[in-house]
Design a binder for this molecule. Structure first.
Ligand code: AMP
Length: 561
């Protein structure tokens, strides 16, 4: 590593250079400078460190397609920092409130004079590199339970300098917060190895592993990437559309209209001897959905298909609330499978008989999908090809009658762009309903919003009591949030630090896409995707919606379930 100009730093571990680079990136708002700092750092790394560091710079400990999770929680990290630094609960609380970031807390406490100097930057410390930190994190994955993991966490932190610890913690918690988006990391890799940003983006999309993409860029092997069976590919995503005019203005040629199912995304990989189903987070979920997995094995042709897993019975899609009973169970019981069977609505095909189809137009892929004899409960998601302008509203209504969430609209000539939320797929949803609710609790936000009260817990009314039903983060402008912050600070009933109970005076209108029973909130219900539509300064707490209204909406959309 390093040319002559790096010589004075050679005593420090590579992880220290990582942290220094991250600091420089955080300190500038110029995207060009961020790219330039990162590129010159990446250019000098060996393959192992490059593979790990590129991933770290996206704020993850492991590549996206890697199913490993650390399961090292906030309290374990705080406790490790506390054990090493000897800081009191009060000090921890104060610094955390002040900085709102666990990494910064660690840097400050581990750098305190009471702690002997250690770390890969200083004498006596093990010199850690990005690759060796990643190995240590991989060791943590293998242990289960916070108490088993703790000795390793302590060991890791003891061998890190305060600055390194700051970034390792940020990586463990999955949030670097240095103003670096994944596409900026891609541009930096491109600059480091003199490749086009587009080539890096494509490699990252297909591999779902930016570290591997960086290594291939360094080796000059970007054009050798193929889709591999049983290595899941990132999903193509859709951009929301609000109106019919917007939809017709976006597409210039023919486009497909499909129902937007309210289920979970799935990617099916198949060959003669094996079938596997992957979720949107690219984790394997085959055993959670045995009906799909087993039916798929009857098809012995190698392929990768994209679709939505839905609860499905008597030729009908069932509400998401029912599918939810199937989620999170490693293996459902036979009873549950019989009670709530699932199906797989297939809307795309990424490869077939070893041929990569993602670079073919959607029209071609649709023709291929239709020609395959999918065994039940695998089905082709019905689609309609629109070649001229028609009224979409009736199609929307029909989709809603089939209990689907809305419509998906897809450019017939578009390629499959893994991981991309572009304009060739649009989604059109209408809110299920809106509710007028009162804000009962407020919380400081994250990142840009860490100093303003931007997250609101809200309630409906029942028998003169306020019952919380949800929490919403988005929807208001910065100016509104600023005004609300001032207001809530003056109307705080109880201050718990980052969370405050407030006087119930502000009424907001919230939209949501679904509703389900839940014991998370006092009302006994939870809303799906709640968002603030507007502040209703024209309303007071006596005007808010009641639990009865909520029950009615629930009955209408979920029936007896
Ligand atoms: P959203 O989760 O609101 O961003 O909407 C995108 C999601 O809708 C996708 O990730 C799929 O899980 C889901 N979806 C449902 N039906 C379709 C469809 N016909 N085509 C593509 N995605 C669909």
């Amino acid at each position: 590593m390093g040319g002559p100009d790096r010589e004075p730093d050679a005593k420090k571990g590579e992880m220290f250079h990582f942290a220094e680079t991250a600091e420089s990136i955080a300190a500038t708002t110029s995207k060009l400078k961020k790219i330039s700092f990162l590129a010159s750092y990446l250019r000098d790394l060996n393959e192992e460190d490059l593979r790990a560091a590129a991933v770290f710079f996206t704020g993850r400990p492991f590549p996206l397609t890697d199913a490993r999770t650390l399961n090292v929680g906030w309290s374990a990290l705080v406790s490790a920092v506390q054990q090493i630094s000897g800081a009191s609960d009060e000090t921890i609380h104060q610094i955390y409130l002040d900085r709102g970031d666990l990494g910064e807390l660690a840097e400050r406490l581990l750098g305190s004079p009471s702690r002997p100097a250690r770390g890969s930057g200083e004498a006596g410390g093990e010199r850690l590199s990005s690759a060796s930190v990643q190995e240590k994190l991989a060791d943590l994955v293998k242990l289960s339970g916070a108490s088993n993991k703790m000795p390793l966490v302590l060991d890791l932190f003891r061998s890190l300098s305060p600055l390194e610890a700051k970034y390792v913690i940020k990586i463990i918690t999955g949030d670097l917060r240095i103003g670096l988006k994944e596409n900026t990391v891609e541009e930096a890799i491109a600059k480091a190895f003199d490749r086009s940003a587009e080539a890096i983006r494509r490699a990252n999309m297909i591999l779902g592993d930016i570290g591997e993409a960086a290594v291939l860029a360094k080796r000059g092997e970007l054009d050798q990437i193929t889709l591999r069976l049983f290595r899941p590919v990132k999903f193509m995503l859709a951009t929301p559309a609000e109106t019919e005019d917007e939809i017709f203005a976006t597409f210039h040629g023919a486009f497909y209209v499909e129902d937007k199912y309210d289920g979970i995304r799935g990617q099916l990989h198949l060959d003669a001897s094996r079938a596997a189903l992957y979720s949107r987070t690219l984790d394997e979920v085959s055993h959670q959905f045995p009906e799909i997995f087993e039916a798929a094995r009857n098809l012995t042709v190698p392929l990768i298909a994209d679709g939505e897993i839905v609860a499905f019975k008597d030729n009908q899609v069932l509400p998401f609330g029912l599918l939810q009973k199937r989620l999170g169970r490693k293996k459902p019981s036979a009873n549950l499978v019989a009670e709530i069977p699932v199906g797989f609505m297939i809307f795309d095909l990424l490869s077939f008989e070893g041929r990569k189809l993602i670079d073919e137009p959607l029209k071609y892929r649709k023709e291929m999908i239709e020609a395959i004899p999918w065994p039940e409960p695998l089905r082709v998601a019905p689609f309609l090809l629109l070649e001229e302008r028609v009224q979409l509203d009736p199609l929307f209504e029909q989709a809603a009658l089939r209990r689907n969430e809305g419509l998906m609209l897809k450019d017939a000539s578009s390629l499959y762009l893994p991981g991309k939320r572009g304009m060739s797929w649009l989604k059109w949803k209408k809110a299920l309903a809106t509710l007028d609710v009162v804000v009962t609790g407020v919380e400081f936000g994250h990142g840009r919003r860490r100093d303003v009260l931007s997250d609101y817990t809200f309630a409906v009314e029942h028998d003169g009591k306020l019952l919380n039903i949800g929490k919403a983060y988005s929807g208001l402008t910065d100016v509104e949030i600023g005004e609300m912050t001032e207001f809530f600070k003056q109307h705080t009933v109880q201050d718990y630090g980052r969370f405050r109970l407030v006087e119930p005076g502000i009424v907001i209108e919230v939209a949501f896409n679904g509703i389900q029973k839940s014991d998370r909130h006092a009302s006994g219900y939870a809303l799906r995707f709640p968002r603030i539509v507007r502040i209703r300064l024209d309303k007071t707490v006596s005007d808010i919606d009641t639990l009865q209204t909520v029950e009615k909406i629930y009955q209408r959309h979920v029936g007896e379930s």
